[in-house]
Each structure stands twice: as structure tokens, then as C-alpha cells.
Design a protein around this ligand. Structure first.
Ligand code: ATP
Ligand code: MG
Ligand code: MG
Length: 405
């Protein structure tokens, strides 16, 4: 792909998925002369629909060939805000000459966590130990090899920990429970399970790095390593740059993340969220990669010269990549989840508190339908030091019901 320059004629980008990530891309697009259209099952109720004209929203499944073909009509670049899409159709479209970024090949590796692990293992990227398990006997064998607790993961379709189950014993009823959680209710020693097992990592902290790579296949850059603080497998808070992590470890995280994405080769374009575990011994292991802007990169909107959303668009459109440097010393992001009561009024409490804070920026996703635990928005804080953010951060954590660490 040759490098593009800004020009008068708009670049048309089609995106599979019009959720909050698509919406935040669409907010950046017009400044770069990019016009976006979206395919989303929610149609004109999806978060991106508030940003682009109604005719630029197609209602349909992200796996439906006809809908994806409709999206692809007239676009210069097809991209994604989620990896759980009809990759087979994307591969066909590429063969017909459609420019898919990141490519169908790259998406097909990443959307299957086992293929992803196999790829990174072959490229010598440090990983937690893992084993393919296609039967109950296979799970027992993995527990013998990797120990307990054992993390079972669905190969495809997982998010926010939904596709994961922790196994504490290899008693048949415990395995049955885990398989039920993963939706493999008919799991028996004969049936084939779409799972794999990972050894348990007693990590010191979780770190994430956003890597950006241009479709011209030359430039790879990364944003600073950040703390990705999870609660019940959902990202709740990000601190940038990563706090309580030495600068050596931060650099190691950034190097591993860049090499992992570069190892995907041609077609690894746009932004990639790289999730890492840092162990007590200072080892860094790659957990998983997402081929798109990522929750742990939202802080870049207010803390970096060029946000992850703009850089995703620059990368997939072969425009020069923008700076990934922070323009403040410290930043934090707090996810706004639907309040336990499920009401918008309760859910907006943290945003209303943030509206009175000097350095807080509210990003509300405009989702139709507030539900307890649903990602409804986020708040970015910036400061001249971590300490300068602490009071505001504590206040937001208390409202969101997140324990102070
Ligand atoms: P996401 O919403 O980030 O896509 P996911 O559903 O794909 O999440 P993972 O990232 O695989 O799930 O795991 C979710 C969380 O579970 C991790 O952030 C980490 O806290 C924990 N976890 C995952 N794998 C392991 C492991 N091998 N050992 C210990 N904890 C783990
Ligand atoms: Mg995931
Ligand atoms: Mg994850």
C-alpha cells in the first residue's frame, strides 16, 4: 500500500461495528477528510449513528455476507471496531480487490485466541503456557501439565471475560460447571470442544500497550505502557503511564507489544490493543491482542497529541502516523458502567461529578438502553503528576464503586 497524503477528495472508510469504538473513530474522521459508514446490528440506534448521516448506517449482522458486501460498496478502506466478524467474507472481498485493513488474514489469526497464541509462540513472543484442549480428557491432561487453577478459554467470541472459566479442580462436576459457563453444555470426552487451556499467571499487574502500524507496512509505533486495572474481567481504570512499574519494565512491555504486532506482517495495520501480564519476577507475558482501538487506549483522546482513534484511521488509510507521545505527565481513565439500579440518572453520577473537575473530560456513548454493568461512557483525567489526579480519581472511583488500590 503506498503512502497517501491528505487531499481534497474524501477517503471513504467502512467499519464493521458502530459501537462506541466506531463512534469515537467517526468523531475524528472529518478533520482528516475521511467519511465513515457503518454496519451494525442496531442500525440507527447504534452509538456511531449519532455522528454520521443516516444513509451511512447499514443495519445487519457483522457476520452476514450480504450486509458486509453492502458496506463494502464504494469504500476505499474497510476496517473493524471488533474482531468477531465474518472474516470469510472479508477474505473473499479482498480477493475481489477490496482494501481490508487490518487484512482478513490478520483478523483470522487474532479472532481465534488459539491461532493467535500459536502464531505468537512461533514468533517467540513470551506467553503464558497453554495447551489445546478438545475434550474433557484433554482438560484433565492440561491440568496435569499446567497445574491448577487452570484458565479455560473459548477460542472465539469472548469479551469482558465472558468466554473464560477458571477451573480449581478436575472433578467431573467442576469441569461440567466450567463447560456450562462456556456454553459447551454437551461437553463429553467424545465431543470436540472449541477451547484451550492456559496456565494460571499470578501476575503483579496488568499492563496494556496500544501499537499503531501503517498499511504501508513500514511504520510501527506505540503509545506508553499503561496499567489496565480490571474488576471481574472488565477494564475499569487505566493509569498512564503505568504507575508502580519501573521504566525498564515499561520499555520491555512496549518492545514486546511492538514486536508482537510487527510479527503479524503485511496487513497488520491500524491500532492494536496489546494486553500483557507483568509477573513478580519482572517477566512480561502477552495475554491477548485486539486488532482495533481498545478500552485501555481511551486516555489518548485527552492525553496524547494524536488519539488512538485518529491513528487507527491514519494507519488503515496509509496516511502518515501521528505522534503517540503524551502531552501531559499523567492521565487516567475511568469506565462508566451502568449503575446497579440500571437507571441513567444513577449512571450519570460520575459524569456529573467530572463536569465540575478542572481536568476531567466526559465521553458519553449515547447508547440506547442503560443496563447494570453495560459500558456507557468513560472519563479521562489529566495532570502534571499522578498526585495531582489522585483526589479527583478517588472521587470517581468511589462513585463507580471501584475499590481504591
Ligand atoms: P477482553 O474484554 O479484554 O477482550 P477477554 O474476554 O478476551 O477480555 P482475557 O483478556 O483473556 O478475556 O481475560 C480477562 C481477564 O482474566 C484478564 O484481563 C486477566 O485479569 C484474567 N486472566 C486471563 N488469562 C489469565 C491467566 N492465564 N491467568 C490469570 N488470569 C488471567
Ligand atoms: Mg479479548
Ligand atoms: Mg482481555
Amino acid at each position: 500500500m503506498t503512502k497517501r497524503e491528505l487531499s481534497d477528495s474524501p477517503v471513504n472508510v467502512g467499519c464493521l461495528g458502530g459501537g462506541q469504538l466506531g463512534r469515537m473513530m467517526a468523531l475524528e474522521a472529518p478533520r482528516l477528510g475521511i467519511q465513515m459508514k457503518f454496519l451494525d446490528p442496531g442500525g440507527n440506534k447504534c452509538p456511531a449513528a449519532a455522528i454520521v448521516p443516516g444513509e451511512n448506517i447499514i443495519k445487519g449482522s457483522l457476520k452476514d455476507e450480504a450486509s458486509i458486501r453492502e458496506l463494502a460498496k464504494g469504500v476505499d478502506v474497510l476496517t473493524v471496531e471488533i474482531e468477531h466478524v465474518g472474516v470469510e467474507t472479508l477474505l473473499k472481498l479482498e480477493a475481489e480487490g477490496v482494501n481490508v485493513q487490518p487484512s482478513g488474514r490478520v483478523l483470522s489469526i487474532i479472532r481465534d485466541k488459539l491461532l493467535q497464541k500459536d502464531h505468537f509462540l512461533s514468533k517467540k513472543i513470551p506467553l503464558p503456557p497453554y495447551q489445546k484442549t478438545s475434550s474433557v480428557d484433554g482438560i484433565k491432561d492440561a491440568a496435569r501439565n499446567l497445574g491448577l487453577p487452570l484458565m479455560l478459554k473459548s477460542r472465539t467470541g469472548g469479551y469482558d471475560g465472558q468466554g473464560n472459566a477458571v477451573l480449581n479442580s478436575i472433578a467431573d462436576e467442576d469441569i461440567g460447571e466450567a463447560l456450562k459457563k462456556l456454553g459447551c453444555i454437551n461437553g463429553s470426552s467424545e465431543s470436540s470442544l472449541d477451547l484451550y487451556a492456559e496456565g494460571w499467571i499470578n501476575f503483579e499487574s496488568e499492563v496494556a500497550v496500544m501499537v499503531v502500524r501503517s498499511a504501508n507496512d513500514v511504520d510501527t509505533d506505540s503509545y506508553p505502557a499503561v496499567n489496565a486495572i480490571q474488576q471481574d474481567s472488565i477494564c475499569r481504570v487505566v493509569i498512564a503511564p503505568a504507575r508502580h512499574v519501573s521504566s525498564d519494565i515499561r520499555s520491555k512491555c512496549e518492545e514486546i507489544a511492538r514486536s508482537a504486532i510487527a510479527s503479524l506482517g503485511n496487513g497488520a495495520s491500524g491500532v492494536f490493543g496489546v494486553e500483557l501480564f507483568v509477573t513478580k519476577d519482572g517477566d512480561v507475558l502477552l495475554n491477548e491482542v485486539a486488532p482495533r482501538p481498545h478500552n485501555t487506549g481511551h486516555y489518548t483522546q485527552d492525553a496524547c497529541a494524536v488519539s488512538q482513534f485518529e491513528n487507527h484511521l491514519r494507519g488503515v488509510c496509509s496516511l502518515p502516523l501521528g505522534s503517540t507521545k503524551m502531552v501531559v505527565e499523567a492521565a487516567a481513565m475511568v469506565n462508566i458502567l451502568g449503575a446497579p439500579s440500571g437507571t441513567v440518572e444513577d449512571t450519570l453520577r460520575s459524569s456529573n461529578a467530572a463536569m465540575d473537575m478542572d481536568t476531567a473530560v466526559v465521553h458519553w456513548y449515547g447508547k440506547h438502553g442503560c443496563r447494570a454493568g453495560r459500558k456507557m461512557g468513560h472519563i479521562n483525567l489529566t495532570g502534571a503528576s499522578y498526585g495531582e489526579m489522585d483526589d479527583n480519581l478517588s472521587l470517581l472511583l468511589d462513585i463507580e464503586g471501584i475499590p481504591r488500590s
